[in-house]
Design a protein around this ligand. Sequence first.
Ligand code: ZN
Length: 156
Amino acid sequence: MTMIIGDKCVVAIHYKLTNDSGEQLDASQDEPLVYLHGAAGIIPGLENELTGKAAGAEFNVTIKPEEAYGERVEEMIQTVPLAQFPEPDKLEIGTQLTGQNEMGQFMAVVTAIDTAAGSFTIDANHPLAGMTLHFEGKVESVREATEEELSHGHAH
Ligand code: ZN
């Protein structure tokens, strides 16, 4: 019997991710990406596209930001005094920082450094926020999730 992708399935896919300009942003390597369907393991737009497909099916889908990593949010870009950072000399544009706020842990990237003003700018938006994404690939396998995987909320 052919298994169709739905909730509580563990799915393996090979994929290539490109942006609107056709630039490759990411891709599965030798091993496919394995995830638990219906557990927010992948972006909603891709999950919806894969629902109902079986092993061997190919996909080629365009996903708008709201079904991917969301729109960019201005409030997630902040200017911080350099003095608040323990080692300001080590900051460079592109440095990734981990912070903590009331929402939990977040990742941010340094986007500007203004030594004259004594401040730097961090952007905590997801790097793919605001982007329309194109996924092309193939479903490699579909199987039922184990009890353990379901209780953990991810594939093993
Ligand atoms: Zn686990």
